[in-house]
Ligand binder design. Sequence first.
Ligand code: AMP
Ligand code: MG
Length: 326
Amino acid sequence: MTEVLTADAAGIARAAALLRAGGLVAFGTETVYGLGADASNPAAVAAVFDAKGRPHFNPLICHYPDAEAAFAHVEATPDARRLAAAFWPGPLTMVLPRRPGCPVALLAGAGLETLAVRVPAHPVALALLRAVGRPVAAPSANRSGQVSPSTAEHVLAGLSGRIAAVLDCGPCPVGVESTVLDLTGPRPVLLRPGGAEAEAIEALIGKVGRPIPPAAAEAARGLRSPGLLVSHYAPGLPVRIDAASVAADEALLAFGPPLPGAAVAFNLSETGDLTEAAARLFAGLRWLDAEGTRRGLARIAAMPVPARGLGLAINDRLQRAAAPRS
Ligand code: AMP
Ligand code: MG
């Protein structure tokens, strides 16, 4: 079911065609194998989370063939330009503000105003990205909870039958993930150590904030409170989950046949399709938040979503949005 493609002109063309059609294609980079999807296609991005079996949405890195293509979608700060010139192509991911009109699906950035971007240093990956001509969202190509794959065999062991194809690029030379640097705050912060050395980054742009120790990050995650993690988008209006009825001063986030009586409603999926619902979740929350605020409504009421497959990740996000705020 999953095609194994050779990393030659024909294989790259086939992989690009599958990606452009909304399919999932794993491909090698210098760090680890990525599970690629057209980042501008919300359904394809939702399918990535489904294939990985992730119980929550985390923001994905968008891959580009060069810095110019990346900086068309995110704001290039002076530090970002300096780092791009020194490290790209290479294992450095930069988190930057999305530019107005950025075509990347909100789900790819877990609803945030920021986006993680990278230009990988692998000739096949670059040829593929050029052929696709669109941003490619790609987390590591493994099932949730498994180790990152550094060969096509590793990818197939976890994802065979769940993805359209794997482009066999041989073993990954670096084998560890990219360094993730957040450039959206008052000073740069290292979110994840990786292939690009912190010392080399600091030699270029000065001192960067250190990553949160894994234990502290885990503890923070366990608290399940919005705002604690960088990656939390929460709407301005309060959110009430598992709504069985809706009041006249509520904006309704519907799933399946909508509850009657809402002032305004957004349906995640009229047919109850979880992939469609995931693809529309962040756009829906934002729209209801803006529309509900404009109309002076009290809150967003969310209908229950089944707790299976992508429904787990949707519920995780809704629970975070509904948790008490400090
Ligand atoms: P992976 O997809 O497995 O390569 O991991 C991507 C890493 O980048 C994760 O640690 C994410 O939390 C992080 N990341 C991606 N986008 C953002 C963003 N917009 N803000 C903060 N962290 C991000
Ligand atoms: Mg991973």
